[in-house]
Design a protein around this ligand. Structure first.
Ligand code: PMT
Length: 216
């Protein structure tokens, strides 16, 4: 399969030095990319700023902002059969980005934000027979929130992380997730390494690909 994976955070700059971002390390997305490449799939990895090495046989595209990630996804998607969005995309960006360092004296006391585009929703019209997988990092009503995102974004599966647990979610080497589908019962997976979860998710996606596809 040709698999497109996004990983890591985005950065939304206020000036050349300061930005809005989040705690994603990229480990989950890189683990999936490694597992997919080791199984012989053709893997493209679009990554926000992280400190991880690119797994062997993976094409990597580095981006900073959510809008750059969207442009890279739009550029690459036509060639792909699967899109896996593990990236923690910033939903907002500062309304104004200055190209010079803001000085204390002129720094605004209140920063205005604009909404970023939703990447999965934007590329939804291009889905066709492609498999789209999303991730959700939640603290409350995990199942309800993840199911809402599954439906709103038209996904084939969403991987819900409970980030209130100290051994799962952002930055950890392990994760504990629930797989939620539009048409079957959720699957609760035990605590496992992100590497093993990457292998498991690729096996699940391979099985989905073998199922008969609707025409569209
Ligand atoms: O990188 P690690 O440290 O290993 O951590 C992994 C992780 C916790 C970041 C990852 O497993 C995870 O859960 N990623 C999704 C984080 C999240 O909360 O996403 P969300 O609920 O904001 O978005 C839901 C889905 O829509 C995600 O697939 C996201 O990539 C996508 N999205 C979000 C915002 C946006 N503007 N466009 C999008 O496409």
């Amino acid at each position: 399969m040709k698999i497109l994976i996004t990983a890591g955070p985005t950065r939304e700059y206020l000036d050349p030095i300061r930005f809005l971002s989040n705690r994603s390390s990229g480990k989950m997305g890189f683990a999936i990319a490694k597992a997919a490449a080791e199984k012989g799939h053709s893997v493209t990895l679009i990554s926000g700023p992280v400190t991880l090495d690119t797994p062997p046989n993976v094409k990597r595209i580095d981006i900073d902002s959510a809008r750059e990630m969207l442009a890279a996804v739009q550029q690459e998607l036509p060639e792909q059969e699967v899109l896996i969005m593990t990236a923690a995309v910033s939903d907002f960006r500062p309304r104004i980005m200055t190209h010079h360092k803001l000085k204390k004296a002129t720094m605004p006391a209140v920063i205005e934000f604009r909404k970023n585009p939703d990447i999965l929703k934007t590329v939804q019209p291009e889905k066709g027979n492609r498999i789209f997988v999303g991730f959700a990092a939640e603290t409350d009503n995990i199942f309800l929130e993840a199911t809402r995102k599954l439906n709103e974004k038209g996904l084939d599966m969403i991987v819900a992380n409970d980030i209130t647990q100290s051994d799962a979610g952002f930055g950890m080497d392990t994760n504990r997730v629930t797989l939620i589908y539009p048409d079957k019962e959720p699957e609760h997976l035990p605590l496992m390494s992100k590497v093993d979860l990457g292998v498991k998710l690729i096996e699940i996606i391979e099985a989905m690909r073998e199922e008969p596809q609707p025409i569209g």
